[in-house]
Design a protein around this ligand. Structure first.
Ligand SMILES: Nc1ncnc2c1ncn2[C@@H]1O[C@H](COP(=O)(O)OP(=O)(O)OP(=O)(O)O)[C@@H](O)[C@H]1O
Ligand SMILES: [Mg+2]
Length: 250
């Protein structure tokens, strides 16, 4: 089976700092992969490299076997890579629905001139509403995004990414700052959406309950390097991981 996403020797330096160093990983279609590691390990930078927000200083990114290393973020989005951000990134003054509709239009070319006319507009609204529905937010579609509680703003961001109908969804700490109850609810929603839409997911997460609950496989980053990879059971039992991370680096 061809991996949906593959990185080969992927690296990114900031001056003397090697934030991501020679990371090679392969994520299979339908897999939920967690990326864990201490603060500053390079997890968000890795996401920037996969989504195209940052260019690597070494290595390559392959999506469905195609080398996409040179493609900017919007082009990768059109190919089926969508993401959320560690810091919630929504348009607070726009309505919940408008936020999602903009995300849909970004995938279909970033074209706000609405060349397709009414039919295109209606199709994107339809898709936006369906996505809000699957994230449980349809009832708040007309409200300003800023009025949503923090947990729902995190869900809105996932709705925006899901509405782009990606094959690969990158989630950067989706439960950060959530209450224990909201965390449980968010995990349930992510699992359901992943199944319904047959999504492949890569998830950065510090909450180990969430990681062990959601992930099929786990990749462990430490000072930019991949130090371990395996099933939740294998990672739990890995002594290097214990030392680098689980043992109390947090
Ligand atoms: N634009 C940048 N310029 C310079 N250094 C950067 C930049 N972005 C990230 N870094 C550095 O690269 C390293 C990796 O940062 P990154 O944000 O990828 O870590 P992370 O694993 O996501 O951490 P956290 O768990 O805190 O979110 C850190 O030392 C960080 O300070
Ligand atoms: Mg980060």
């Amino acid at each position: 089976m061809t991996a949906l996403l593959e990185t080969r020797g992927l690296g990114r330096a900031f001056g003397a700092l090697q934030a991501v160093a020679g990371v090679s990983l392969a994520v299979e279609p339908g897999e939920v992969r967690a990326v864990i590691g201490p603060n500053g390990a390079g997890k968000t930078t890795l996401f920037h490299l996969i989504s195209g927000l940052l260019a690597p200083t070494s290595g390559r990114v392959l999506f469905r076997g195609d080398d996409v290393t040179a493609l900017p973020a919007p082009a990768r989005c059109r190919r089926g890579i969508s993401r959320t951000f560690q810091i919630t990134s929504i348009f607070p003054e726009l309505s919940v629905l408008e936020n999602v509709r903009i995300a849909v239009q970004l995938r279909s070319g970033g074209n706000f001139r609405l060349v397709g006319g009414r039919a295109t507009l209606e199709a994107s609204e339809q898709r936006a509403r369906a996505s809000l529905d699957s994230l449980g937010l349809l009832g708040r579609a007309e409200e300003a995004a800023s009025t949503l509680p923090h947990g729902d703003q995190r869900l809105l961001e996932i709705a925006m990414a899901v509405a782009q109908e990606p094959e690969l969804l990158l989630l950067d700490e989706p439960t950060q700052g959530l209450s224990p109850e909201d965390t449980v609810a968010t995990v349930a929603v992510i699992r359901q959406v992943a199944r319904e839409q047959k999504l492949t997911i890569i998830l950065v997460e510090h909450d180990m309950d969430v990681v062990f609950d959601l992930a099929d496989r786990i990749s462990v980053l430490h000072f930019g390097q991949l130090i371990a990879e395996g099933t939740p059971d294998q990672i739990r039992a890995n002594a290097d991981v214990q030392r680098a991370y689980l043992g109390g680096a947090e």
